[in-house]
Design a protein around this ligand. Structure first.
Ligand code: SF4
Length: 178
């Protein structure tokens, strides 16, 4: 979705947003219920993910299957090998050579809009830039602002209406674009 301002080769060479320090676990990928269902058992990718329901109240669940039909956050907490706060663990679906192994239909929307984020700032939804993407930079370029203002922002707001779990609390230092 950001291919006009961020090339695939830049992302392939970096993969920063697919690895997580403990302090970044709030950013691990969020998957819709049908993809959680698919990826939490043996699947075409040969990799099974572990997920935690992100919003139990909205799940269409049952007592017997409390996590069924829930959107899920990928659980990586148990993959750290040291106590070093700088240690990074890769996303379960990251291949060190090929990058993300997921096809477009299974890739989280959140990943496809990185480093953009939809956030709740004082009760209002905003589109903000995560300032740590080295390719995009900490300040939104004119090209990125135009991309967001000319349709992408609206697409993100629309997606969040049906997938409200992607909305994050606003963080200081994230420039607001829309
Ligand atoms: S799902 Fe794919 S794009 Fe998203 S963090 Fe994992 S490897 Fe990266």
């Amino acid at each position: 979705m950001l291919s006009s301002v961020l090339s695939k080769s830049q992302c392939a060479a970096c993969k920063f947003c697919c690895s997580f320090r403990r302090q970044s676990l709030w950013e691990t990928p969020l998957f819709p219920p049908e993809v959680v269902e698919k990826l939490s058992k043996p699947n075409e990718y040969g990799v099974v993910g572990v997920f935690r329901a992100v919003d139990n109240l909205r799940c269409n669940n049952t007592v017997d299957e409390p996590q069924k039909n829930c959107a899920g956050r990928l659980v990586l907490e148990n993959n750290y090998r040291t106590d070093d706060p700088e240690e990074e663990v890769p996303c379960t679906f990251l291949d060190p050579q090929k990058g993300c192994i997921l096809k477009g239909e299974d890739k989280p929307f959140d990943c496809s809009i990185w480093p953009l984020r939809i956030m709740n700032k004082d009760g209002k939804l905003v589109i903000a830039l995560t300032p740590t993407c080295s390719a995009i930079g900490a300040v939104p370029s004119q090209a990125l602002v135009e991309l967001v203002q000319n349709g992408l922002g609206e697409k993100i707001f629309e997606y969040a209406k049906t997938h409200p779990y992607i909305v994050k609390e606003y963080k200081e230092g994230f420039p607001i674009i829309l």
